[in-house]
Design a protein around this ligand. Sequence first.
Ligand code: URA
Length: 245
Amino acid sequence: MRLDKVLEQQQIGSRKAVRRLFQRGLVCVNGQTVRNEGLNVEPAFHQIEVAGKELIFAGHTYFMMNKPQGAVTAVSDSEHMTVIDLIEDGERTPKLYPVGRLDRDTEGLLLITDNGQLGYELMHPSKKVTKRYEVVVNEALHSQDCRRFSEGITFIGGTRCQPAKLTILSSSPKESRAYLDITEGKFHQVKKMFLSVGKKVIFLKRISMGPLQLTPELLPGEYRRLNRDELELLLPYFETKNRNE
Ligand code: URA
């Protein structure tokens, strides 16, 4: 949650008054004066003081879901079940949304949160957050495929992908398994990358996104709150610059 919004919500003062507090160096986070009004703060990690008084505030919600095939990565959909529909009534809050998009037939790691700023930081192309996918294709995979992926695939139509890392786990003429690490999120990117080397993806599962790893106890369709260690791993994405700076 943005620090200036926390202060406004805690009725510390109007936007103008809050800005003056920052200018006068009266806002401290973990004992340090902060002038970045847009600092993303979380009660588990940040102790806020305003003019020497501690501020108690509620944090955001963070769920890790193992998205099942069949659910759409959207907040609402007139035809299909969404990933938000899978969140139990008592835990569903109006601002929850999925960070990044997985196709309806893709399963695996999805972060669902009401922290819009964190999602923005994780998905922004400049951050080059690595996403790892487990992929099964209908053909053999060879070291030349790894080389083509590492050089950067160009789709028909000219769109160029950043270099990606393909790790072949098994290969046979009918079915091969691999990990693919990419740092972008183009539409249907993984499927199109494999099509560019003449292979069809028949199973796709995201297993990590930046520092977050899908944990094995989560079956497709299940979700849980991020634990403290996982939130800590996400901290670098909280500590971003104020967009006005
Ligand atoms: N790339 C794809 O092609 N599909 C996904 O769901 C995710 C990445």
